[in-house]
Structure formats: C-alpha cells, structure tokens
Design a binder for this molecule. Sequence first.
Ligand code: IPM
Ligand code: MN
Length: 370
Amino acid sequence: MTTHKLLLLPGDGIGPEVMAEVKRLIAWLNAEGIAKFETEDGLVGGCSYDADKVAITDKTVALAKAADAVILGAVGGPKWDKVPYDARPEAGLLRLRKDLELFANLRPAICYPALADSSSLRREIVEGLDIMIVRELTGGVYFGEPKTITDLGNGQKRAIDTQVYDTYEIERIARVAFDLARKRRNKVTSMEKRNVMKSGLLWNEVVTQVHNSEFKDVELEHQLADSGGMQLVRRPKQFDVIVTDNLFGDILSDIAAMLTGSLGMLPSASLGATDPKTGKRAALYEPVHGSAPDIAGKGLANPVAMLTSFGMALRYSFDMGKLADTIDAAIASVLDKGIRTGDIKSEGSKVVSTSEMGEAILQEIQALHA
Ligand code: IPM
Ligand code: MN
C-alpha cells in the first residue's frame, strides 16, 4: 500500500478543534489498514507569528511542497490585528497558495436534505443543491502589483490594488472548470464584470475561446458577477459549475455556503497543475469557514467542512473517491438522525460538541465500511 505524506496545519481559532476530528479519522484509517497516511504537524497564521514572528516559515513551506497534500484548518483572529501587514495570519495562507501555485480552488456547495431548513432560504430553493464554484486563486487583485498605500502629502492617502490577469491564467482555470463540468451536469457559468473591467473583458474572451476550441460539448453561459450573485440566492439550482476570478470567487463562495445551511458545511480543494513527468499535483485542502475566534476553544465548531475537505483530499489527491463517498454518506446519515452542532441545529435536533459530532460521523463511517 502506498504511503501518503500529509502536512497538517491546524492554524488558529477553531482550526485545531476541527483538525482533531480529521486526526481521529486518519488514525482509524491507518489502524484498519484502509490507507496509510504519514502525518506531520506545522504552524501557519497567528500561531506561527507567535512562535516565529512570521505567518509561515520557509521550513514549513518546504514541508508543504514535499508533502503529497496539505490539510489546513483556519487562520486569523483579533489577537493579531496589530501585527505588521506582511506577517498577518492571512499572509501565511496566501504564501502557501502562491508558492505551491495552487491556482484552482474548488468549492462545492451541497445542500444535505436534512439541512434544507437550516438555510436562510426556503427549502424548495436549496433542497438537492449541488454546485461547484471554481475560484481562480493565485492571480487577480489579491496578488497584483502595485499594491500600495501612498501618502499624498495633502492630508490624503491613496490606496492601490491591481486587478491583473494574463491569458494563460484564465485558460488554465477555464480548463479545470470545463473538465469538472464534463463529470457533472455539463454546464459552466463564467462570471466577471466585463461591463466595467478590462480584466472582465479578457476573462470573457479567453473562456469563450477555450470553450470553442476544446470544450464545445459543454454548455457555456456568461453572467455578470453582480447579477450572478443575485441569481445564486434567487435560483441557485440553475448552476452546475461556476468559474470566476479570485475576488468574485471569494465573495460568491461565501454566499453559496449559506445556501447549504451553514458556512461550517463548505469544504475546498486548492490544486496546482499536474506535473506531466511525475503525475504529481500540489494540493491544499481547507474548510471555507474561517477561524471563528468567537467560538474557539469551546467545542462548538462544526467539523463537517474540515472532514469533507479531507474527503476532497481522498478524492482529488489519492484516488480514493469511494472512501470520500462513504464520508459524505456518513455525514448525511448523522444529520438525518438529528445530530447537529449549534450552527445547524433545528427543532428536535440533538446539539452536540465538535468532538461528539466527529465521533458520531466516524461511527457511521465504521458502520458503512463494515
Ligand atoms: C478564503 C479566505 C481567504 C481569502 C483569507 C483568509 C485570506 O477568506 O479562503 O476565502 O480571502 O481568500
Ligand atoms: Mn473567503
């Protein structure tokens, strides 16, 4: 059996609590001989700043590059509001994305039937929802230069962020979206703001070209990102795969998360290009929710997004899709039984702690596996 090397970066806030549930699952998989994972823990975000005065050390980045996959909890919190900008917790995550060239961020929003009433939208709007947001992750305004605040000397300051995309960046993310659509319901919706942004014009043009030359069999639709956001809450089931840039993808995926009942339900995979020689692909898996400092350390956090992020690692990095399906089925069944963390509680449900939820899911996985 192949040994897979994982770097675990629990991070800040609720990160360590939800990561503990992944560790519980990994320990069981190893003990049962279902898989062979070798894990190492590292620091990223505020905890790394506390230890080493940087949001991530070069050594940890090197470990991430050497690992078969990185599993990350969450970064950030008010404790680090005043640290230097370059050392802020988020910088650790952004550096990992950039240095590992994780340009494709997959954020699936799936509404489990049992949770349709937890969404802020009506059951019929979200029930059975299964969409995939593909967010470009290493370009655009989060990384573009110049990125500055200048003192104009007249009592005014000027802040500049740069939205920039090259053809190749749009081509490769479009290909990821079209490829995924082929394995799903064969439809891609591309979102940009071509009515006001040059980068939107180029985005639209390049996605259309890639479609024409390589993916004619897939249905392609274009929406302006603002109207797309509106459609996401109006009639979300019209979408299959949405492909969009870094900034719009950040916003639209948080919106999509709420369709599923809670931000605590949304996993993500950040993938690099596959190396044609080794077949290896850099990958980082993390829940979309943040570090939730307000509930950290209290056992209140929902571990589902963290567990399904690990499930995405099984699916996309280790070709263990069946095991990932089992995790999804176990979660659906635990939710069906009314076992819930506080964020997704409903009338008559049994509210449990983070570790009780993780334990219940593992028991169900064991039952399904037997
Ligand atoms: C996300 C987060 C990050 C982002 C932050 C923590 C830098 O919000 O993964 O969506 O903005 O990309
Ligand atoms: Mn975000």
